[in-house]
Design a protein around this ligand. Structure first.
Ligand code: FFO
Length: 323
C-alpha cells in the first residue's frame, strides 16, 4: 500500500486548509488517483490495523439494500451509528424514520434506485416497452390538460451490471451510481463513493473496476472504502467468471481532518508490509468453474464469506470521526 502512503504525503505537502460542514477543518487536495493490480494482492492498509470485519459487514449491508444502522451493527459494522443518531441536521430531518435510520443510502440506490417515467397515455408502444423493462403503471396523471401515465421501477443497478458482464462484456456502460438527486434531501449523508464502473475483458477473462469518490476522509474512510471496493470487485468476478485485475480509485476532494494529522504522520514512519490475499468462501459458486450464473448470491453473502490471508499490519491507530 505504498500508494496510500504517497497519498498521505501529497496531501500533507500540498494540501490547503479548508472549512466544511463538520466544523473540523481539513487539509485538502482537489483530485487524486490510485490504481491497484489485484494480482499483487489485496489493498488493505498495513501501516495500521484495518477493521476488516467492519468493512465486509458494511459491504454486506449495502448488498442487502439496508438503510438502518442497527442492521449494519448486526452485520459487524458500527461506523454508521454516528451518522444515523448524532448529526443534529439529520435528527431534525422530516424524512428520518426514527432511531438508526439512514434514509435511502448506498444499498438502497444500488439495489433499488427509484425510477419514474411520465409518458403520454396515448403512447401505447412506449408504455409497453417500459413495462417489458420492468416498469409498471402506478397512476394516471393530468398535466396541462394532457393525459399521462406515471410508471415506476426499483432499478437493481448492481444486478443489471452483473447481467451485462455475462451477456455483453464489451459494453462500456456497466456502471452503477449512488448519487440520486431526488433523494439527496432524504439521507443521513449523500453518497461519498458514488460511481462504480466494471470493465470486463472477454479475451483475457480479467475484470477491472473504476470507483469515483467525491469526498474522501483519508485517515478513516479511504482504507475502508478501498478494501470494500476491492472486495466487491472480487465478489463480482467470482459470480461472473472473471479474474480481478485493476482497481482504479479516483478521489474528488481528498482530505485529512486536522485531528487525524498525528495518526497519518505516525503511519508515514511505518514501512508498509506486503499485501495480503482476499479469500472468498468456497460456498460462493465460481462461475468460471461451474458455468452457472447465480447472481442471487449477492443477497445471500455473509460477512464471514470474506477473509484475509497473510494480513500483516502495524499496531492499531484510530482517531475521531467527524460527524
Ligand atoms: N464520515 C466521516 N467523517 N468520514 C468517513 O469516511 C465516513 N464514511 C462513512 C460515513 N461517514 C463518514 C462511515 N465510514 C470509520 C471507518 C469508516 C467510516 C466511519 C468511521 C472508523 O472509525 N474506522 C475506525 C474503526 C472502525 C471499527 O472499529 O469498526 C478505524 O478504521 O480505525 C465513509 O465511508
Amino acid at each position: 500500500m505504498q500508494q496510500y502512503q504517497e497519498l498521505i504525503k501529497t496531501v500533507l505537502d500540498s494540501g490547503s486548509w479548508q472549512d466544511n460542514r463538520t466544523g473540523v477543518r481539513t487539509l485538502s487536495v482537489p483530485g487524486a488517483m490510485m490504481r491497484f493490480d489485484m494480482r499483487d494482492g489485496f489493498p488493505a492498509v498495513t501501516t495500521k490495523k484495518l477493521a476488516f470485519k467492519s468493512v465486509v459487514g458494511e459491504l454486506v449491508a449495502f448488498l442487502r439494500g439496508s438503510r438502518n444502522a442497527a442492521e449494519f451493527r448486526a452485520l459487524g459494522c458500527k461506523v454508521w451509528d454516528q451518522n444515523a443518531n448524532e448529526n443534529a441536521q439529520w435528527l431534525a430531518n422530516p424524512y428520518r424514520q426514527g432511531e438508526d435510520d439512514l434514509g435511502p443510502v448506498y444499498g438502497v440506490q444500488w439495489r433499488g434506485w427509484p425510477a419514474y417515467k411520465l409518458l403520454d397515455a396515448g403512447q401505447a408502444l412506449q408504455i409497453a416497452d417500459a413495462e417489458k423493462n420492468g416498469f409498471r403503471v402506478v397512476a394516471p396523471i393530468q398535466e396541462n390538460g394532457a393525459a399521462k401515465v406515471l410508471l415506476y421501477k426499483a432499478v437493481d443497478q448492481l444486478r443489471e451490471c452483473l447481467d451485462t458482464i455475462i451477456h455483453n462484456p464489451g459494453s462500456r456502460r456497466i456502471l452503477f451510481h449512488g448519487w440520486n438527486p431526488a433523494d439527496l434531501d432524504a439521507v443521513a449523508l449523500p453518497a461519498c463513493h458514488l460511481l462504480y464502473q466494471f470493465i470486463p475483458n472477454a479475451n483475457t477473462r480479467e475484470i477491472s473496476m473504476c470507483l469515483y469518490v467525491r469526498s474522501n476522509d483519508i485517515g478513516l474512510g479511504t482504507p475502508f472504502n478501498l478494501a470494500e471496493g476491492a472486495a466487491l470487485l472480487h465478489l463480482v468476478a467470482r459470480l461472473t467468471g472473471y479474474t480481478p485485475r485493476w482497481f482504479t480509485y479516483f478521489i474528488g476532494d481528498a482530505h485529512i481532518y486536522e485531528n487525524h494529522i498525528d495518526m497519518v504522520r505516525e503511519q508515514l514512519t511505518r514501512a508498509p508490509h506486503a499485501a495480503p490475499r482476499l479469500i472468498i468462501s468456497e460456498r460462493i459458486p465460481d462461475h468460471a468453474k461451474t458455468g452457472t450464473y447465480q447472481p442471487e448470491w449477492l443477497e445471500k453473502i455473509e460477512p464471514s464469506d470474506f477473509s484475509l490471508e497473510g494480513y500483516q499490519h502495524h499496531p492499531p491507530l484510530t482517531a475521531p470521526m467527524a460527524v
